[in-house]
Design a protein around this ligand. Structure first.
Ligand code: GTP
Ligand code: MG
Length: 349
């Protein structure tokens, strides 16, 4: 493993939950980052070979897309989970990686984020949206997951990989490669015209809201702007805000052009290099339009879901679809942080 970016690699660590989380975590570990893999399924954990830190959530036997099952397991095992994280990961910011469409990662991800924030940690998230052709259940899970996640105050950057935008495994590696080169900017790119230091990278990553990161071997701002519109992440809202634009720019790419295209950030951090433009934008508005599409797919199948539930008496599912009536159209914003761990836990159950 190269020593490049070593200091940054000690500042950022990852908790990878569920299968998708594990797949992305493994690529990050190969880049030299510390990753703790967690799953409710021992079998899924066993598929991760040659990794350093694995934790099987006590009592778990997999969650078969049941978010509630995952949440209960997290509640019952939270003391062990925290001490596992504390003994294995030393970092200024921890990113929790999980898919929103499954059971384990989707159920555990938002709740873990909330509970770890309450422990005083700085937490960002790397999440995944299901592709449109995936099942109704995946869409229900994704919608519920993002309702929970976007209501948590005080979270850091939330990267949202969108499976509508490419093949899964390919999205994983594109994300990890791009994120890694972004983190390496302070070690690799220096210019008399300006530097981006580690504190500025951290400030970018600690910003609450959605984040995207891109790299483009292009000489012009136009191509970079095209890549803002067409990349691996959930599409940006048309009506959006942005807090930070942090970039190492090549050729004739200009910060002023990026700001014109994306929106005026609170601050920008910039440096230059001769190879490619690497850029992270954070504090972006969450992709509500894409969430609405997910809601639409669930809503279109509402009668079918109800019919199936009535036929099979799956009482556990009823709670899952309550949101159809309750959550639309107004979303609760800026909820106060609850006071105790018990309050947080009960919010999710
Ligand atoms: N981008 C990407 N998406 C993935 C990957 N693996 C699974 N997914 C997506 O993630 C969702 C399923 O989540 P998983 O991570 O498999 O589920 P889990 O957290 O292990 O939960 P359970 O197995 O249901 O307990 C679906 O929307 C899949 O399309 C991956 O490696 N990359
Ligand atoms: Mg799984």
């Amino acid at each position: 493993m190269s020593g490049k970016g070593k200091i940054m690699k000690n500042k950022i660590a990852f908790v990878a939950v569920g299968q998708a989380g594990g797949n992305i975590g493994k690529l990050l570990e190969e880049k030299g980052f510390s990753v703790l893999y967690m799953n409710t399924s021992k079998e899924d954990l066993n598929t991760l070979e040659h990794v350093k830190f694995k934790y099987h959530i006590t009592g778990g036997e997999g969650c078969n897309k049941d978010r509630h099952k995952a949440k209960q397991l997290i509640v019952d095992d939270f003391d062990n989970i925290v001490s596992e994280i504390e003994s294995k990961l030393k970092a200024d910011i921890i990113f929790i990686i999980f898919a929103s469409g499954g059971g384990t990662g989707s159920g555990a991800g938002p709740m873990l984020t909330d509970l770890l924030l309450d422990e005083g940690k700085t937490i960002g998230t790397i999440t995944i949206l299901p592709a449109p052709e995936e099942s109704v259940k995946s869409h229900i899970n994704a919608y519920e997951c993002f309702i929970e996640l976007t209501e948590i105050g005080g979270t850091g950057a939330c990267f949202i990989l969108d499976n509508a935008r490419g093949e899964k495994i390919n999205l994983n590696s594109r994300f990890v490669d791009t994120f890694t080169v972004f983190l390496e900017i302070p070690d690799r790119h220096r210019s008399i015209k300006g530097n981006v230091d580690k504190a500025e990278i951290m400030e970018t990553l600690k910003a609450h809201g959605m984040a995207v990161v891109m790299r483009e071997k292009s000489d012009s701002s136009e191509e970079m702007i095209a890549s803002v519109k067409e990349n691996i992440f959930a599409p940006l809202e048309a009506d959006r805000t942005v807090k930070y634009i942090t970039a190492s720019m090549a050729g004739n790419v200009k910060m002023a052009d990026l700001e014109k295209a994306v929106g005026m950030p609170i601050d920008n951090f910039q440096t230059y290099n001769d190879e490619e433009t690497i850029c992270c934008m954070s504090g972006l508005t969450y992709p509500q339009t894409r969430f609405d599409d997910i809601y639409k797919k669930v809503s279109e199948n509402k009668d079918l879901i109800k019919k199936n539930l009535a036929a099979t008496h799956e009482s556990g599912m009823k709670r899952d679809i309550n949101f159809l009536e309750e959550m639309k159209p107004e979303r609760k914003q800026d909820i106060q942080r609850p006071k105790s761990r018990r309050d947080i836990m009960s919010k999710y159950l």
